[in-house]
Design a protein around this ligand. Sequence first.
Ligand code: OGA
Ligand code: MN
Length: 284
Amino acid sequence: MPFEVNPLGDRFAAEIVGIDLARELPDDAFAAVRAAWFDAGVVVFRDQRLPPGRQVAFSRRFGDLIVHVMQQFLLPGHPEILLISNRKHPDGTPMGFEDAGRYWHSDISYDERPALGSHLYAVEIPPEGGDTLFADMRHALKTLPDDLRRRIEGRRARHSYTRNHRRNETVAGGRPAFSAEQRDRLNDVSHPMTRRLEDTGEEALFVNPGFTFAIDDMDEAESDDLLAALFEHSTREAFLYTHEWRRGDLLCWDNRSVMHRAILYDPAETRHMHRTTIAGLRPV
Ligand code: OGA
Ligand code: MN
């Protein structure tokens, strides 16, 4: 099955044209798609008609799928699908995460095994707004000034979901409280500040403002300053790609090599997305 890979951003992100994901890909085409995805960091397949079962089947070819800790936001009958949505149940409670991260983040970086990748399918999108921004963390590491590079060499940093959640509770919309069982799954973890992509051996900076809160064995003020400098460097305009959604997009990102953030949209409009999340390995 021949397909084309057309670059979208200057340095990363691409559109894959000529593939219908509703049909099972032959192994050789799948291998080529996988390689193109990891190379580009972010790829989009446009105009897809993807029932939940098909999205799950496609995502599962890349690895085990993560069932998100916020069970109330899983698609009934398909727990591998997390709803990113501002639709409401008849009783007014939200069906999904209304904003899936206005802070720059890498999905599930707070777990011992962070997500390898995420696949987000646009079921309904607002006429404007609601773009998703991506930052290229391979390029961020490559261009990191020497002094910053020396200061992170061999170091690890801590990631936490509960801190991010608490911060979100203080902004409009908020987040529901955790159950005891949800809390049990959410211990802080330490990861190396740079990580190697298993397939290509390339390296990427692996810290994000959403979940990374402290550098191990460093005093708090120095750690805060250094993290702020790293975040500032990695979100410079030149490293970004902005995804403007169309209905039927399946957008795939590699959480090892990019971070992302959601942009606001008019809450009177509907935005409804299905996310599958692929488990990765412990970063090294
Ligand atoms: C996500 C996410 C951003 C968006 O689904 O992980 O961060 O724009 N989404 O919905
Ligand atoms: Mn996310």
